[in-house]
Design a protein around this ligand. Structure first.
Ligand code: NAP
Length: 276
């Protein structure tokens, strides 16, 4: 393998919109690494075959995105504890013993808050989470592991939030979506993990009047960068953190494993990823 140029990529469907090639491409060029990172359009029924073939074609690993994150974990020979608990994979490493799955979304989420809201800690107080989809699972696991004392959860489809509470235990408290604003009372952290507020989607319209100006507020949506949720929280005096930092930080462990260099997240990377 050593005389081969290492290849990595992102497997998804659709994939043309992905910013991951720009992200990893920036690092490859910055560190002068002879490698490539490419978008791979893979239909659902083809994932297993593609994951068998990629290592033989010189791939050292790949990222996985919608709709393959759950299936990629199931198809992997081994997995990290956090990937199992999140129930999905976003980073695969191809080794001599087969595919190893990891999920770095929660690490990216925490690192984004730590870097962009200095002094913030999960232990600061209750976290209020809007949404109970795949991204919420990564956020919940990382907050629990980092010592959050209480996680308040509201989702349009209540069954999904109740299932998460059953799975993740007593620190999760389920709230009604219709009165989701009430869970902001005394919350130290508020996070939107729904797709509301994304360009082309319905606006995020939960009332924020119960939000304390001491709270740190984060939106996972990053198109637009300043969502309505973040703009309203900023108007209330809160520190706000946009969602693109999570994307940047979740990419670090994969790049380090595939290409042997732990890369920096800085303003140059952010600019490369946000460039049209
Ligand atoms: P998902 O599994 O499909 O979950 C979508 C969530 O949004 C669910 O909780 C869903 O509620 C809620 N939702 C959708 N439409 C809604 C509406 N009209 N009203 C109320 N709730 C609504 O998606 P995901 O993978 O978790 O991703 C969620 C968002 O996070 C996306 O915008 C994604 O781009 C973003 N994200 C960002 C990063 C990052 O690095 N910044 C990483 C991952 C994801 P129901 O259960 O009721 O349908």
């Amino acid at each position: 393998m050593t005389d081969r140029i290492p290849l990595a990529g992102v497997v998804g469907c659709p994939i043309a919109h992905s910013r991951s090639p720009a992200l990893h491409g920036h690092w490859l060029s910055r560190y002068g690494i002879a490698g490539h990172y490419v978008p791979l359009h893979v239909e659902e029924g083809d994932l297993a075959e593609v994951l068998r073939t990629l290592p033989r074609a010189g791939f050292v690993g790949c990222n996985v995105t919608i709709p393959h994150k759950v299936a990629a974990l199931e198809l992997s020979r081994t997995a990290t504890d956090r990937a199992r608990r999140i129930g999905a994979a976003n980073t695969l490493v191809f080794g001599p013993d087969g595919v190893r799955a990891d999920n770095t979304d929660g690490e990216g989420f925490l690192e984004n808050l730590r870097r962009n809201a200095p002094g913030w800690r999960a232990t600061d107080g209750p976290a209020a989470i809007f949404g109970a989809g795949g991204a919420a699972r990564a956020v919940i696991v990382s907050l629990l592991d980092d010592g959050a004392p209480e996680i308040r959860l509201a989702n349009r489809t209540r069954d999904r939030s109740e299932a998460l509470a059953r799975e993740f235990g007593a620190r999760i408290a389920v709230h009604d979506w219709d009165r989701a604003g009430a869970m902001l009372d005394g919350a130290a952290t508020a996070i939107n993990t729904t797709s509301l507020g994304m360009t082309g989607k319905a606006p995020f319209d939960v009332p924020l009047d119960r939000l304390s100006p001491d709270a740190v507020v984060n939106d996972l949506v990053y198109t637009p960068l300043e969502t309505g949720f973040l703009a309203s929280a900023r108007d209330l005096g809160c520190r706000t953190v946009d969602g693109v930092g999570m994307l940047l930080h979740q990419a670090v462990p994969g790049f380090a494993r595939w290409f042997g260099t732990r890369p920096a997240v800085d303003r140059h990377l952010r600019a490369a990823v946000l460039a049209p």
